[in-house]
Design a protein. Structure first.
Length: 98
């Protein structure tokens, strides 16, 4: 189970964007919503889901999309199941730590 991660740092802030590998480059559509899983935002290194979870714990902002990565974040207690959205049946969630 691999996911893409892309890390951006500025000052003390660390942004982690992560998506299930098979979703990279796809567009999700639901009604008026169009969610682009853009390579320039999500594509960086390809890592295991467990490696991505470790990086989530170190990040101040996390943007994640995909069944594998979101379910693992829920399982590890990083997000609450009710704090997720589904777009075309694909889960999306964010973490912001102040």
């Amino acid at each position: 189970m691999d996911v893409y991660i892309n890390i951006r740092k500025w000052g003390r802030c660390i942004l982690l964007a992560t998506c299930d590998a098979e979703l990279l480059g796809k567009n999700l559509r639901e009604g008026e919503i169009v969610f682009e899983i853009r390579e320039d935002f999500y594509k960086g290194s390809k890592v295991s889901v467990e490696e991505a979870i470790t990086l989530m714990r170190q990040s101040t902002i996390v943007n994640m999309v995909g069944k594998k990565i979101v379910e693992k974040a829920i399982e590890k207690g990083l997000i609450h199941p009710e704090a997720t959205l589904k777009i075309s049946g694909i889960p999306h969630a964010q973490i912001v730590r102040m």
